[in-house]
Design a binder for this molecule. Structure first.
Ligand code: PPS
Length: 346
């Protein structure tokens, strides 16, 4: 064990905090020799949850994630019927996973009672490549998954394994306006960070975000990678926006179902199947489920932290005029001319 680990003789609270910090360091100690060697060669910056974030293939990432992503890139073999749900963190991933799962697995003309989404968190039903399937140096047996297989990832388009890019499997990307995404990330990371680390202030976090130093960021590269592909290959990548889904979910669900190859029939529309899926996956329904109040479905993060406020425009409660100015200019500089724009108010 590394001599970085801290010895302590303090109060219970301090002990718990140091244990959590030690856990993060110990996680990194277990990395493969190959991954440790690679980390030595990568640019690094101060991290939020972990001591450092590393620039791997032009995106910022935590060490344990890099190891899992390397394995995912090397071993994953896509099937033509696979569906990959992609996002940068805090863009509506959990919501999209729930909706896609409900659409793909709906019984003919009905949403059943005792639906799996009532007893399982969406991240258990639609596993992440990097946090679950290829995490902890394991190679998953995916042959028993029912088809179409649904997967989740935060990996940027440019770093997806060839078999996903080259096969006919489909990708759905969900994107959210950077103002609200930033506020959501800031809350989440301060909740899940080891208690021994000081809270990251809004100002410091904002600097990191605008410098692109955030998990899987810079956000603009992440968004543009999927955005460009969705324009060039609309049958391959469907690009959804959180704000559009909040605005007219029914319309977006029809688009999603059609893209996934299982459009709603007239009969299903008449029977209110779209509305039932929307209700089953709504923030209000999901937040109050026992499984979403207590379990841990992504790494060791508590599920309850995945459900905070789910509003468009919550950023107004946090941003100073200077911050508004800075992020607006950055978005204009990075996204201007791409055709990608966002609604930032409710
Ligand atoms: S993660 O960790 O990347 O999977 O997080 P992610 O799910 O992408 O983002 C979390 C934010 O999404 C909100 N959320 C929802 N919005 C609408 N409907 C549903 N069902 C839903 N579930 C989660 C969640 O509250 C986070 O946003 P904020 O603004 O922090 O509330």
């Amino acid at each position: 064990m590394s001599n970085v680990l801290i010895n302590f003789h303090s109060t219970n609270t301090t002990s718990m905090a140091i244990t959590q910090f030690n856990e993060v360091v110990a996680e990194e100690e277990k990395l493969s020799h190959e991954c440790k060697q690679l980390l030595l060669s990568l640019p690094k910056e101060k991290g939020w949850r972990t001591p450092h974030l590393y620039l791997y293939q032009n995106f910022w990432c935590q060490p344990t994630e890099i190891q899992a992503i390397m394995s995912f890139q090397k071993h994953f073999q896509a099937k033509e019927s696979d569906i990959v749900l992609a996002s940068i963190p805090k863009s509506g991933t959990t919501w999209l996973k729930a909706l896609a799962f409900a659409i793909v697995n709906r019984k003919p003309s009905a949403i059943s009672k005792n639906h799996p989404l009532e007893s399982s968190n969406p991240h258990d039903l639609v596993p992440f490549f990097e946090y679950k399937l290829y995490a902890n140096d394991q190679l998953p047996d995916l042959s028993t998954m029912t088809e179409p297989r649904l997967f989740g990832t935060h990996v940027p388009f440019a770093s997806l394994p060839n078999s996903i890019v080259k096969s006919n499997c489909r990708i759905v990307y969900i994107c959210r306006n950077p103002f609200d995404t930033f506020v959501s990330i800031w809350h989440f990371l301060n909740k899940i960070k080891p208690r021994s680390s000081p809270s990251v202030s809004l100002e410091e976090a904002f600097e990191m975000y605008c410098n692109g130093v955030i998990g899987f960021g810079p956000f603009w590269t992440h968004m543009l990678g999927y955005w460009k592909e969705s324009i060039e290959k609309p049958d391959k990548v469907l690009f959804l926006k959180y704000e559009d889904m909040k605005g007219d979910l029914s319309f977006q669900l029809k688009k999603l179902a059609k893209f996934l190859g299982s459009p709603f029939s007239v009969e299903e529309e008449r029977k209110g199947v779209i509305e039932k899926i929307a209700k089953l996956c709504s923030f209000e329904s999901m937040k109050q489920l026992e499984v979403n109040k207590s379990g841990k479905s992504i790494k060791n993060f508590e599920n309850k932290n995945l459900f905070r406020k789910a509003e468009v425009g919550d950023w107004v409660n946090y941003f100073s005029p200077l911050m508004v100015d800075k992020l607006s200019k950055l978005m204009e500089e990075k996204l201007g001319g791409s055709g990608l724009s966002f609604r930032v108010f409710h």
